[in-house]
Ligand binder design. Structure first.
Ligand SMILES: *Cc1c(COP(=O)(O)O)cnc(C)c1O
Length: 439
């Protein structure tokens, strides 16, 4: 179990690290499988490809959403078969396509790609079962389609399919759409699923199509900001399960699929970073943390967006930016204070040894603090040789000293995987998968 004791113990050997909690992953997977009994779930590997985590997720009847040939290979190494791995990405190379042909169901992302798959399958004497990713004539929120680099515009695909192109080495067996991530309102997702079933019915009637799967994509979000509410999957299940049942009564051979990345892995992870130094420059107190921009880039990006945007709530751009107040910090004081340097700067006072629980925020809305402990105004920066490496400026935090720990939550998805580790040859944050104890 991930608790303060484990965090403190791990910090004896590591200055920055991730802990992933299998118990949380299991609980979230269980919830999804209970609330959507008719759905086959895929795990989106790109949000966290830690090997132990993959093994754990794929041992629980999840298939794989692979975003590269490399991810197809990771899923295959976890024992998944061709029919359990779905490879969807724009810009696949011929080499990618050749490599994965026997190991995954390729989701074609353009009409040109369908023709290339036909050619490659012909050359190797195969019959290739594929899906297609469409860019539908609706969005998550309304009935207007938009331009996208992903998928094939619905109307282009329908016109093309009706022209009955000769594709002797291809069977089109599935439809995939993914429009948006990080949605916390059940009604928006419910309405979106409704339109997906209607699209699937139109798709089914096209010549040359044998619909075996309908992949509804992702969208299930997690609370980041303290003002976010948890998505109610029980309620979403009530909205969508009846629709799935009636759809599957008519189209009994069709498997309904939902992809999730962050929903399963995000809340299972924390990122821990140590105060490596504390200094004062012209009255400003700096806490220098280990591997921030290069270990968990999202808080640094949120700070950057906040600096250059004059909006209170700039729109999200997943998975790089969710919102200005998307990160909560907890502080773990070093219990052994012998190394503590309390003589830096005004207001830097010694705090009693032992753990202090505290929640703070990086945002412009940094008004959240407890008045039980001494606070000081600090700027949180990382150890990279660039002044862009800042996660928060002038926020009030309990007094921290060298060796204290800062814990960032929701670090199980789009965290370690997004780190720009090639910059300045730093050591990477360690990653640990904490197995659930079997009873
Ligand atoms: C990234 C991605 C997902 C996962 O998104 P989450 O918000 O992490 O659930 C699902 N489907 C596709 C096609 C993706 O690219």
């Amino acid at each position: 179990m991930v608790n303060q004791e484990l965090i403190a113990k791990t910090a004896e050997k590591h200055d920055s690290f991730y802990l992933y909690d299998e118990a949380v992953i299991e609980e979230r997977i269980h919830r999804l499988q209970q609330d959507f009994p008719g759905v086959y779930f895929l795990y989106s590997i790109k949000c966290n490809a830690h090997q132990e985590l993959l093994k754990s997720v794929f041992s629980r009847s999840f298939g794989a959403d692979a975003a590269s040939a490399g991810e197809v290979d990771l899923a295959k190494k976890c024992g998944l078969s061709c029919n359990e791995i779905f490879y969807s990405a724009p810009g696949k190379s011929d080499d990618d396509l050749r490599t994965v042909m026997d190991d995954s169901i390729i989701i074609a992302d353009s009409l040109g790609e369908i023709e290339r798959i036909q050619k490659l399958a012909f050359e190797s004497g195969r019959l290739c079962r594929i899906g297609v990713r469409l860019n539908p004539s609706f969005s998550m929120q309304d009935d207007i389609g938009s331009s996208s680099k992903f998928g094939i515009d619905e109307e282009s695909f329908f016109a093309w399919a009706k022209s009955c192109p000769a594709l002797p080495n291809i069977e089109i067996i599935g439809l995939h759409v993914h429009l948006q991530s990080q949605i916390l309102e059940e009604d928006i997702l419910g309405y979106y699923y409704d339109r997906m079933f209607a699209l699937a019915e139109r798709f089914y009637r096209l010549p040359g199509i044998r619909l075996e799967f309908l992949n509804l994509g992702s969208g299930m979000g997690i609370p980041y900001s303290l003002s976010d509410c948890e998505l109610d999957t029980g309620r979403l299940g009530e909205i969508v399960n009846r629709r799935i049942e009636s759809f599957c009564k008519v189209y009994s051979a069709v498997q309904v699929i939902i992809e999730v990345g962050r929903y399963v892995a995000g809340p299972a992870g924390i990122f821990v970073t140590k105060v490596m130094d504390k200094k004062v420059s012209r009255g400003k107190i700096y806490l220098i943390l280990k591997n921030t921009l290069n270990g968990f880039i999202r808080p640094s990006l949120a700070c950057l967006v906040g600096k250059y945007s004059d909006q209170d709530e700039p729109a999200g751009c997943e998975p790089l930016f969710t919102g200005l107040d998307a990160f909560q910090y907890e502080i773990l004081k070093k219990s052994d204070s012998e190394d503590a340097e309390s003589d830096v700067g005004p207001g830097a006072s010694d705090t009693a040894p032992g753990a202090v629980d505290f929640v703070g925020m990086t945002s412009k809305k940094n008004d959240l603090f407890s008045d039980q402990v001494p606070l000081e105004k600090v700027t949180l920066v990382g150890n990279l040789c660039t002044s862009a490496d800042v996660i928060a400026e002038d926020i009030l935090l309990p007094t921290m000293v060298r060796g204290d720990l800062m814990i960032v939550k929701n670090a199980g998805s789009y965290a370690a995987v997004l780190s720009p580790m090639q910059f300045s040859s730093q050591e990477q944050p360690a990653e640990f998968f904490i197995r659930k104890k079997s009873r």
